[in-house]
Design a protein around this ligand. Sequence first.
Ligand code: DGL
Length: 265
Amino acid sequence: MLFMNGSYDNAPIGVYDSGLGGLTVWREIRRALPGESLVYLGDGKNCPYGSRPREEVRRLADDAVGRLVAEGCKLVVVACNTATAAAIDFLREKYAAIPIVGMEPAVKPACLATRTGVVGVLATERSLDGELFRRTAAKYGDGIEVLTLPGRGFVELVEADREQTPEAEACVRAALEPMLARGADQIVLGCTHYPFLRPVMERVVAGSGVAIIDPSPAVARRVVQLLDRDGLRAAPDHRPDYAFLSFAGAAYRKRLEEKAFESMS
Ligand code: DGL
């Protein structure tokens, strides 16, 4: 089968995050595009990004995307809401030769689905005070109360592989209960680490009719669209390869790889 402009490209897709979180996007891309090679870069050395100054996050994102471009990636996904909020325009301008996909705060589907008129958004401090989030909330949140809260401790719990602990449940309850008490019936996960806490979140909201929204399947669909638009799909006989990179050294790189394949099972 030939795609739109009749060409193929076997170069990998790059996926980048401050740490392990972007693996929740990596797994959706792998599901949607099982024939594509992927290179995942989890910074690790500078994680968490969540409360660092915007300029610093932009510099870190530049280093990471520059590395993925140097690896020959045909498209890069910034699988980090914080880096998207701080740097997406800058990255698209600087690396204009390839498509760059960022994270969309999933405020639109939440505002369309709410029955109570109250939507909760969990994200890092830097994402919530960014222009991207403000614009999206203003565009779709008309007449809807959009409650925002940083997921305190969430990124650290995931980085420490402690998402199935009583401590994780306490952190999740502390964030979700005030939103539920104010009537939120949609909870948007605005940080790519947070879907790893979803099983705990589902336990906390069980029976309340509250929906948890993870934007990563929509991001994977966007990647599919762009590959087709630009004739960038891998050839049908291509054997996909999965590579993992980090600025934090070999042990962290190994953790990325293990967590990636664990998260697919
Ligand atoms: N996973 C990232 C995000 O989506 C960054 C979290 C962090 O490093 O604080 O925002």
